[in-house]
Every structure is written in C-alpha cells, then in structure tokens.
Design a protein. Structure first.
Lengths: 176, 656
C-alpha cells in the first residue's frame, strides 16, 4: 500500500521524467514536474522596455503570463518562429506558489525517462552556459546528448538576474 | 471542541433573535426560532448537557404556535437568558471534567475563535463608544454584555484562560450595569475598552498561530485583572435610575439588533488568491461569452431560440461578474469605527471637547482600499483634533459651542467614493501657510498664488503647519504623505477651508483597484491602455499648433497653453527612424499625472473601455512606464501605461 502511494507520489512529481525540446541544434530537457502546460505559439503582446529576452505577455485563461525567448535567454541568435515553436509554461519554483512563466522553444520532442546513472556533471566541459549555471548536467539517452536545463537559473527573473548579467559579461568578453 | 462552539453560536443567534422581537406571535421568525431551540436541545442532549437540554425544550415549548400569553416577550427573554447561563455552566464543566483543552498550536481551531471574536470585538468598540455618548442606552449595554459573554465562551473553548477571565470579569461588570446596580461611567468604559484591547491582542496572536506563525498567546493581564477586581469591589457608583428595564423596549431597531446578535448571518473565510482566481476566470468567461454572442456563424442562423438563449447566457454572465467583483468589497464603516476609537483617545489626551459624527458607513469599497485608507484617515482625524479644533475656552470666545465637531462621511459619486473629513475648528491660516512655504523655499517670495493654491501648499513634502511638535500629531508625517498614499490608490485629495469656520478634506478614491475606465490607444501594431482619469483631452493637432523648441523638443499650443509632446516611440524607447508618423498626423492625448501635463502622440484612439488591471507578475519586476496589463475584449493583453513614468520624464511635462 505504502509502496504504491510512494510510486504515485514519485510519478506525480515526475521524478526521472523529463520533457525534451529542441533549440537550434541542441536538445534540452527539463523535469516534467516543473511544467504546467504546453501551448501553441500565439501572438505575444510586447512589453516596452522589458529585458531583451522577454518577448512580452500572453493571456493564459485570464492571467497575464510573461513569456521569454529561451534562445535569447541563452544568448543564441534570434530566430523567426516556425510552426513547431511553442510556449512551455513553467513553474519558477517547485512549490508552485509563484505565477508561471512561458518559455518559447523551437519545438518539443518527447518525454524521456532519465536515470541518475545516465547523467554526467558538465563542470569538466566548460563553456558559456555552464559558466552561467544554466546547464550543470548532461544526459545520454538513446544515443543522443541532452543538456539538462537548470530551471531555477534560467527562470530567475529580470528582477533577480542583475548579478547573472554581470557574470555573463565577465564570462563572455572578459570585461570588468 | 467544535460542538460546544457550535452550540454557543446557535444560542447566541437565538438570543439575538429573541431580543429583536423575532418571537412575536405574528412574526415570521417565530417558527424558525422554535426550530433553533429544538436544534439546541438536540445538540445539548448529544453532549449530555441535561440542564441545557431541558431549558432549550422549555424555550421551544414557549414558542409553540398556541402558547402565546400576554407577556410573551419577557417570558422568552427570561427563558433564553437562563438557557444561555446553563449552557455556559455545563460547557465549562465539560471542559474541566472532560479532556483538558488541547494545547494551543497549529491545527487548533483558532480560526473559529479569531473569526467570531473579531466580529464581537468590533461590535464592542462600537457599542462602547455609543454608550459613552448616551449612557442610558440599555440596548448598548445588553449588546456589550452578550459580546463579552460570547468571547468568554469562545476563549474557554480555545483554551486561553486569561482571555476567558478578562472577558468573564468584564461581563460581570456589565451585568451589574444591566441590572441597574452600577452606573455607566467613563472609567467603566475605559476599563471595558482596555479589556477589549487585551482580547484584541489575544485574537491577533491566535490569528498568527492560525497562519502557522510561532507566537505566544498573551497571558499577562495582571494589571487589567486587578483593575477589574477593584472595580467589582468598588462602589456601584450609584446606579443610574434611568436605566430602563430591558423589556420596556422591544421593537426599537430590530434590524440593528438582529445584526449584533450574529443571528442568521454566516460567513466563510476564503483565501484571497482563490477570489482573484475566480475573478480572473469570470473575466475570461465574459470574453468567451462575447465571442460566442458575436459569432457570425451563430448570428447567421437567425434563430430566435438561439438568440434568446444567448441573451440569457449574457445576462447570467454579467450577473456573475458583478457578484464576483463584489466579493472583494467591504463597507468602509469598519475603518470608520476604528477612527472613532482613536478619536476618543485623542480628545482625552488633548484636553479638548469634541464629538465625532459618522455618515455613510455603508459605502462599499475594495478591501485593499479600505485597508490602505486607515492610516491616512487616522492621520487626518489626528490633525483635525490636534490642529483643527480650538481649545474649549477659545471656541467659546469665538462664539462657538465649546464642543467641537468632527465629521467623517463617505458617499458614492460616479464610480468613486468620496470621504470627507471635516472639522468646525479654526480653519487653515493662509498667511501662515504662505509664510511657512516661503521660509522653506517651497514658493518664491514674490509668488502670486490663489487661495486654493495656497491651501494646496500643505500637501508639499516638508510642510507642516504645526509650530510645535505635539505628542499626538508627532513629527515627520505630514499631509504630503497622506496625499501620496491616496494617489497610490489612484485617488485625489482636496482641501477647503474657511477661517474661523473649519476645514474639510475630501478624499476621492476609486471603488476598486481592480477595474479602471481606460482609453485604448493604438501605436503601430500594439494597443496600449491609459487610465481614463488621467486623460484631460484628446485632439487632432492642426499644423500650426505644433512647434519645435531648440530644434528637437516638440510642443503643442493648446488654447494658449504650451504642452510638451511625447511621441509613443520615444516613450517606449523604440527607434524613431523609419515608420514614425509626423506628429501632425497623430492623435494627441493630453494626460495629467501628479501636477504635470503632457501630450502623448499616438497613431489612433481605439475607444473607451472598462478593463480589469492585472499585474505582469513579480517575475517581470518593475518595468519603467508600465503599470500592468489588462485583458482586452478579444482576449489579447494590452499594456497599461504608467503615467507617472510618462510625465515624470526629464524635460517633459509642465505644471498643470
């Protein structure tokens, strides 16, 4: 009995389950527990003077939800959205007490089961994303390499990432 | 614990009803009352409270349709009082004999205690103030007695012994007043207020515990209990002969009485997040409904039945929206009554004589607004007592009654609530205000100001008319803070004053922070929202009315007034080259915020609309020039512009 409940709880939290999506040539994944829903690409109302990676806001069943472009967030080049592009509505904190945030990706691919054994620390790999704390682990699944996105760092708001921007500049150009 | 509380609550309702005359043989309440009595008897039986059960059954018997004697009212009253006393006693016995009350802590049913006690406490303050004004008001004494009595029961159930004791002794004192053994004196009222304050602290702590915070229930009421004991032992202060027997007045104001007994009314505590979600969803429903109603395919059907059903859907949706919005609304009276309490203390401290007149307490406002009005109002009442009213001797010299009058009134005015705080004191001294403003460098020495401009100087930061700092008004907080607080609520403050006759402040605040009348404008592909109350005029400029200053700043000449022009693209920080229209082809929306005016050049004015304001979420943080978002009629989001951001820009805006 207890065991079943435990498994169910794990299922609900989506332990080990990841949603994989494409971004440029890379494949990323985030834990399904942090995903509220996936909605098709739609018109986004731009917010003047917001951070550059903030595309604007949408109406999600009566709530105004901010939407960011993950490409821009990760410092990739802007790309016109294709038909496959969609908005992944994510939860900025595991407790679900804060309002959700839409994250635009090039297209979602599948839900994967990734075991801890298949994950690898990326500290040895180096590179911009790792510096910024956006990706700390990679996973090998079905012969593909999948970057595990650190949701907390990526979803840190324009409010909170003044520090992160500083780091990015440091990491990027070596400017003081 | 729940069952005891329920029974006490039920009895409380029954008593309220009986004293309001609901037991009248020709009244409709009699049957319901009998049902309640039977219910009380049943629940007493379940708890093996035999005395209570018996008394409740007797009450039910008195309420039989055929059992109407001449003196039914005193009989009923005697019976319910006996019933309550018995229930009280037996519950207390159960508490001591049975399991001790569970230790205080999360999971305790504090919520009930907090909710119910709060209502009674607010009632107590109100009734005490009433009693002070008219010590013969036996109705107030009875209401007070019952409220303390109920709190005593609630405290016993919740297991806070000190609170129970305080309520118990206060109740005893009031009981003596009730039976004519003791007169109402100001020391008695002070004592009762002190008890209410202590109980208020207990309730506040219980509320925090209920919210999961680790605080202690205050148990230290030694001094208060000593005073209560001393008062009980002290002389009865010669009972006032004029305290009429209670049954002499039935009828009276049955409505008010029923209210105070808590009978018939019930309420639930709801998480405000859920309310907000409900309002969000209803908003969506309205949009979906209008999309369906205007759907060309459905209209093409031209079917009367469909049309009728759609109309019905529309009506229900509108009604639902109204109801949903009204959930966030509370009467302003609650805050007014808090002021009454502050007022009383202030008058005592300042050695002045004054009465407070309240009006329009029923005016309803958004809960947040009511809460945020409390501090500014308190400050203004303070000012009125402290600076506005003269000393009694000075008033008499001026040929006015020694007792000053302060009025606090609320009224609805076209989508707003206007709150008036006025006094009949000395009025504002224009010369002094002007002198002070000049000393502080707020105006130039040679400035020519109209009387109302002079009065408005009191709202300037750093201005305070009191030459001495007093304990009451204190230092540092001035009318500028009041103005700022009110403007935060999208309201305005106005002052009028006549020397020797008094001063009136008018606070104009919106009914709700959630909805605004908006002007929707279009800029390039996007629609933006301007709060309508900031829009002064909309015009299509003619070529000659636009001028360029220093080769770059555009200004519009509007009826001999120069107003700076701000193009949307400049405001939005977009690049200005390329598609930008000439200002002459735009529409100018003249907006005012604070005391600045600016003409915003937009592509097109879409129209006027009521919108629900939504936050863009804490994630976005504060974006300059953006006040929030709103869902437009077609379901898309429009950005609400923050006009302070517009007019506050360097180099823009002229004094209005």
């Amino acid at each position: 009995m207890d065991e079943i409940a435990h498994t169910m709880r794990q299922d609900l939290q989506g332990a080990g389950k990841y949603l994989a999506f494409g971004l440029g040539k890379e494949e990323f994944a985030v834990p399904v527990g942090r995903i509220r829903e996936i909605i098709p690409w739609q018109e986004i109302t731009p917010v003047p003077q917001a951070a550059s990676y903030v595309l604007g806001v949408i109406n999600l069943r009566g709530k105004v939800v901010p939407v960011m472009d993950l490409r821009l967030r990760l410092g990739m080049a802007f790309h016109e959205k294709s038909d496959r592009a969609c908005i992944v509505v994510m939860q900025p904190d595991p407790k679900q007490s804060r309002s959700p945030i839409g994250v635009v990706v090039d297209g979602v691919s599948e839900v994967l089961q990734i075991q801890p054994a298949e994950m690898e620390e990326t500290a040895t790999l180096g590179g911009g994303w790792m510096h910024l704390g956006y990706v700390n682990q990679i996973a090998k699944s079905k012969g593909k390499v999948i970057l595990l996105l650190e949701i907390d760092s990526v979803l840190a708001g324009p409010m909170e990432d003044a520090d992160a921007v500083g780091t990015m500049e440091l990491a990027g150009a070596g400017v003081e | 614990m729940q069952r005891e509380a329920q029974l006490l609550r039920l009895l409380d309702a029954v008593i309220g009803d009986v004293f309001s005359g609901a037991g009248s043989p020709d009244g409709e309440g009699r049957r319901a009352l009998r049902q309640q009595a039977i219910q009380a008897a049943e629940s007493a039986r379940e708890m093996s409270m035999t005395g209570t059960e018996e008394a409740a059954r007797q009450l039910a018997a008195l309420l039989e349709p055929e059992a109407v004697g001449e003196d039914w009212q005193p009989q009923l009253e005697a019976q319910v009082e006996q019933l309550q006393a018995l229930a009280e006693q037996e519950i207390e016995m159960r508490m001591t004999a049975g399991a001790p009350p569970p230790p205080a802590g999360p999971g305790m049913p504090w919520a009930d205690f907090v909710f119910e006690s709060r209502e009674h406490l607010s009632q107590i303050e109100q009734e005490l103030l009433r009693l002070e004004n008219s010590p013969d008001d036996s109705e107030a004494v009875h209401a007070l007695f019952r409220s303390f009595h109920t709190i005593k029961g609630l405290a016993a159930i919740a297991g806070t012994e000190t609170a129970r004791e305080v309520a118990h002794h206060t109740e005893n004192l009031l009981d003596e007043v009730r039976s004519g053994k003791r007169a109402v004196s100001s020391s008695l009222i002070d004592l009762a207020l002190a008890s209410a304050d202590f109980l208020g602290e207990v309730v506040a702590a219980a509320d925090q515990i209920d919210q999961g915070e680790a605080v202690e229930i205050p148990e230290d009421a030694g001094a208060l209990l000593d005073s209560l004991h001393a008062a009980m032992q002290g002389p009865g202060e010669a009972a006032s002969p004029s305290m009429p027997a209670r049954s002499a007045r039935t009828g009276g104001q049955p409505a008010a009485r029923a209210n105070s007994g808590g009978g018939g009314r019930s309420a639930v505590k709801v998480d405000t997040a859920k309310l907000d979600q409900l309002v969000d969803l209803v908003g969506e429903l309205v949009i979906a409904q209008s999309l369906v109603q205007l759907d060309p395919a459905l209209l093409a059907l031209n079917d009367p039945k469909t049309a009728k059903n759609l109309n019905q859907l529309g009506r229900i949706t509108t009604e639902l929206q109204k109801t949903a919005m009204s959930l966030r609304v509370v009467p302003v009276g609650q805050t007014f009554r808090r002021m009454a309490r502050v007022f009383r203390d202030l008058v005592k401290e300042s050695n002045k004589q004054a009465t407070l007149e309240l009006a329009g307490e029923d005016a309803e406002l958004d809960r947040t607004i009511v809460e945020q009005l409390a501090d500014p109002l308190m400050h203004m009442v303070r000012n009125a007592v402290d600076h506005g009213l003269e000393k009694p001797a000075d008033r008499e010299k001026a040929g006015k009654p020694a007792e000053g009058k302060i009025r606090l009134a609320a009224s609805h005015q076209s989508g707003h609530v206007v709150i008036e705080v006025s006094d009949d004191g000395r009025g504002l001294d224009q010369d002094r205000i002007l002198r002070k403003a000049m000393e502080r460098g707020l105006v130039k020495e040679q400035a020519q100001l109209s009387p109302s401009e002079i009065l408005d100087l009191i709202f300037e930061p750093g201005f305070s008319t009191s030459e001495q700092v007093t304990a009451i008004s204190g230092r540092g907080v001035g009318m500028d803070v009041v103005k700022r607080e009110i403007e935060k609520l999208r309201g305005r403050v106005e002052v009028r004053s006549e020397p020797g006759k008094g001063t009136t402040f008018l606070l104009r605040v919106p009914l709700t922070l959630a909805i605004i009348d908006a002007l929707v404008v279009k800029h390039r592909a996007n629609r933006f929202i301007l709060p309508l109350f900031t829009v002064r005029e909309i015009l299509k400029p003619r070529g000659q009315s636009i001028h360029t200053v220093e080769g770059r700043h555009e200004v519009a000449l509007l009826r001999d007034r120069v107003v700076p022009v701000l193009r949307m693209e400049t405001f939005l920080g977009e690049n200005e080259t390329g598609t930008a229209r000439k200002t002459e082809d735009s529409v100018l929306v003249v907006v005012e915020s604070g005391s600045k005016r600016v003409a915003l050049a937009v592509d097109e004015v879409v129209g006027k609309q009521e919108v629900v304001i939504k936050s863009l979420g804490e994630w976005m943080g504060r974006v300059r020039g953006v006040a929030g978002g709103a869902i437009l009629g077609d379901g898309s989001v429009g950005i609400i512009l923050d006009l302070d951001g517009v007019t506050g820009r360097e180099g823009y805006g002229v004094a209005a």
